[in-house]
Design a protein around this ligand. Structure first.
Ligand code: GLN
Length: 300
């Protein structure tokens, strides 16, 4: 595994096209796109990494997975009355389907769905309580207390997040947001601004992969469902392409991170900030494809 990761990192570093960082969040736009890290937690408990695996980056939409785990723990399957389980075939911040489908987002991994999930976690509490729950869960799952929220990134998105604000108010108009939209949005932006290293993220994915020794935060049945949604919806309108090329449940973030799960075998975290047209990491997807080819971990 050390050799595989080293050779993937070496190949990525040689590439010409790194993609482009997220331009709509100024703090992310200014990150150097030519960075790469990869970490793998194996079933025997080993953590193996290559490249910039100890550098914190903005995990962004990958937190939607942890927020979903927390919300299901809090409200259970009732959550599914507010958010669906189908791929959207649209970009992560699309408004189109929300209008046609009367304010019930397609799935918990597009922004509208994640705003509903965060709202379910908030449920009348102070935003800092909901954030403490998400952050606490992530710290517990990764066995790392040093994980934090980058306030500058949260503020940067708060300033430019007109589209997410539109989604939240639209949800509110359909009665699918319980809290004040500004409170839910503030919680959501702060949740997205959590920073982790690929080492920490790979550790956090162990419970979803069902690896031995992972903190027991979710039942196997629920983990299977969370993973199924990662496979079908985790890369938005690039989910089909990710399944085709990698064949593993995966969740991307606009910070350039990817969490991929090889059930019962491994938890994988990859980071490279340059994105492709779908807003998923360009080099990260390439690296995930190389790893899947080398290990035959595709579930297909
Ligand atoms: N915070 C980002 C947003 O809401 C998350 C999107 C993403 O990572 N795909 O736009």
């Amino acid at each position: 595994m050390e050799e595989i990761l080293k050779s993937i990192a070496a190949e990525i570093v040689r590439q010409d096209d790194w993609g482009k960082t997220a331009q709509y969040i100024p703090e992310l736009a200014s990150v150097d796109p030519q960075q790469f890290g990869i970490s793998v937690c194996l079933a025997d408990g080993r953590l193996i990494s290559a490249g910039a695996a100890t550098k914190p980056f903005s995990v962004q939409s990958i937190t939607k997975v942890f927020a979903l785990v927390a919300a299901l723990g809090r409200v259970g399957d009732q959550l599914w009355s507010r958010v669906g389980r189908e791929p959207s075939g649209n970009s992560f911040d699309s408004v189109v389907l929300l209008e046609r489908e009367l304010g019930r987002p397609r799935n918990p991994y597009v922004n509208a769905g994640a705003i509903v999930t965060t709202d379910a976690l908030l449920s009348g509490r102070e935003p800092k309580m909901a954030l403490a729950e998400i952050l606490g869960l992530i710290r517990h799952m990764s066995e790392s207390d040093s994980i934090y929220i980058n306030e500058t990134v949260a503020a940067s998105e708060q300033e430019t997040g007109a589209r997410n604000k539109a989604l939240a108010y639209y949800l509110k108009s359909h009665g699918n947001l319980n809290s004040d939209p500004e409170l839910t949005l503030g919680t959501y932006f702060h949740q997205c601004a959590i920073e982790m290293t690929t080492d920490q993220l790979a550790m956090a994915g162990r419970s979803l992969a069902g690896l031995k020794g992972a903190p027991k935060v979710i039942s196997r049945q629920r983990a299977r469902r969370v993973n199924a949604l990662m496979m079908t919806c985790g890369h938005y309108d690039g989910s089909g392409d990710f399944a085709f090329r990698v064949g593993l449940p995966g969740k991307s973030g606009v910070g350039g991170g990817i969490l991929a799960i090889a059930p019962n075998v491994a938890s994988i975290a990859i980071w490279s900030p340059g994105l492709n047209l779908y807003g998923n990491s360009h080099a990260g997807t390439r690296a995930a494809e190389m790893l899947s080819n080398a290990t035959k971990w595709s579930v297909f």
